[in-house]
Design a protein around this ligand. Structure first.
Ligand SMILES: N[C@@H](CCC(=O)N[C@@H](CS)C(=O)NCC(=O)O)C(=O)O
Length: 202
């Protein structure tokens, strides 16, 4: 059985969502922030001292979006399509991690995560501008229900989950109506609702 290490109120939310989408049996080991992620036991699973980590038999992985690609690959299409569509999945996954997440994090830390006195409005504005620039790209690329076509794939899970903090914390999506509709579609899927419930309860 898949083991997903990390409280659901962390990036492990992404992996829980992917596991729910896959239909595979999985177990959450709710490693929390602070000492637990830095413990010798956890460092064997994720030498970065971070969550999530995953165990699938002999395989141990870290990096939330890589874990999700692995989970999807176990069940194949439509979650993990083949051929050119798989290359598109990789494109959007890497884009989420390298283009979207840094700006989304810069905005999030300075808009709602840090204590009020540690927030920098200039950094929040810079992060928001970075996210908005990527939303412009997404708005132009979203011509079907999901990122790679009419069916939900792990690209949607990976990209939408990087935007979850913005979506659930009233980021101004402005005129990005296709992006807004796509995020609503993604986060209201039964699998996403199940993962959100676990996150909210954690
Ligand atoms: N790129 C990594 C980032 C992992 C990460 O930063 N996790 C946070 C929780 S969401 C963490 O473990 N923070 C604890 C710490 O840095 O001490 C991934 O996507 O898995």
């Amino acid at each position: 059985m898949l083991k997903l290490y990390g409280t659901p109120k962390s990036r492990n939310f992404r992996c829980i969502w992917a596991a729910e989408e896959s239909g595979l049996a999985y177990e959450i080991v709710p490693v929390g922030f602070g000492a637990p992620v830095k413990s010798a036991t956890h460092l064997k699973l994720n030498p970065n001292g971070k969550i999530p980590a995953m165990e699938d038999g002999e395989l141990v992985l870290f990096e939330s979006l890589a874990i999700n690609l692995h989970i999807a690959s176990k069940v194949g299409a439509p979650l993990s399509p083949s051929g050119d569509d798989y290359s598109r999945v990789l494109q959007w996954t890497l884009w989420a991690a390298t283009e979207v997440e840094p700006s989304a994090g810069q905005w999030a830390y300075n808009a709602y995560i840090r204590p009020q006195e540690d927030r920098d409005p200039g950094q929040a504005a810079a992060g928001a501008a970075g996210v908005t620039a990527r939303l412009d790209v997404l708005e132009g690329q979203l011509t079907e229900a999901y990122m790679v076509g009419p069916e939900f794939t792990i690209a949607d899970c990976n990209l939408a989950s990087v935007l979850y903090g913005a979506w659930s914390n009233k980021f101004d999506f402005g005129a990005h109506t296709r992006v807004k509709a796509w995020l609503e579609r993604c986060f209201n899927r039964p699998a996403a609702l199940a993962a959100r419930k676990l996150r909210d309860a954690a």
